[in-house]
Design a protein around this ligand. Sequence first.
Ligand code: PEP
Ligand code: MG
Length: 319
Amino acid sequence: RAESERSAAHSPAKTRDGRHIEVCANIGNGQEASHAVDEGADGVGLMRSEFLFLERQEAPDETSQREQYQMALDGMGGKPVIIRTLDIGADKQLTYLRMMQVPNPALGVRGVRLWQTEPQLLDTQLRALLGVTPLEALRIMLPMVTEVAELRQVRQRIEAIAGELGLAQRPQLGVMIEVPAAALCAASLAQEADFFSIGTNDLTQYTLAMDREDPSLAARADVLHPAVLRLIHATVEGAAGHCPVGVCGTSAGDPLAAPVLVALGVNELSTEPARIPAIKAALRRLDAAALAHHMPELLAMDDAMAVRERVADILAQAN
Ligand code: PEP
Ligand code: MG
C-alpha cells in the first residue's frame, strides 16, 4: 500500500468532485528540490530563503544566493518554485544585522518590515532572484505583509532592477497571508498580488494570541479554531477572481486540516516533502463540495477541538 501511494504521488491530486489541487514542497535550500520531486511534489510552494542567511558572519552575496535559487529551479525541472524573501526577526536572528532588542520580537521588525531599514539586503536578494532561468518558473513571495504598500515597494524595486538588467519578463510576485490584517484586507492585496499563500503557523499564532513556540499552548494553537478558519474564508473570498490561494503552513500537511482548507477554496497545499504522498491520497478520497456544505456549521463551532471531532466524523462517514 505504501508503495502504491508513493507511485500515485507522482500523478496530480484530484478530489472526488473533480478539483485539481497542487501539492507542493516546503524546502530550506536548493538541494532539497530534487528530493521533493522524488516524493511527488508538483512544485515548490515555499523555499525559506532565510536558511541561506543563518549561521554566517555576513550576508550571502548575490552569486551564492543565485546558485541556491537556480539549484531549486533546476531540481524542479520547470515546475513552479516559490521563493520567499528573507524572513528574519522574531524567532530567527542574524549576527550581522544589529536589530534592536525589543520585548516582543514576534510583533516587531520581521519579514518585509525589514526593508525599511535594510534596502540593500533586499536589492541583493532581488538581483540574485532575477538572475535565475527560466523566470516563468520563479515566483517571489513576501512574508509578514500587513498592507499593500509593502507589496508595492518591492514591486517597484523589482521593476527597477529588472530594467537595469534589461529583462523582458517579470516573475510573479505574491504575498503570504499570515497577519490577520492581511486576511481581512485580502481584497485590497488581491488587486496587486499575483498569488496568495496562507502561512497558517503565524496566522494561527497572531489570531489566537498564542505563541507558536510555547509548548504549553501547542495543543490549543490549532488552525482549525473557527476564528482562524473564518480568516482563511475571508482570504479566499477576497482573492476570488483575482489571484489563486495556497497554504504553506504546517496545516497543509495535516490530513484532517488539509481537506478543510480545500473545502474553503484553497487550490494549492505546500508541505514537508515526506508528507506529499499521504496528502495527495487524502485529497483523492475527499469530496470537497460535500465538506463545503458543512462549512457554516464548522465556522460557528466553539473551538478547534469541536471542529476536529466533527471533521473526523464527516470524513469517516464519507469513506
Ligand atoms: C507560516 O507562518 O505558516 C509559514 C509557512 O512561515 P514560517 O513557518 O516560516 O513562519
Ligand atoms: Mg510565517
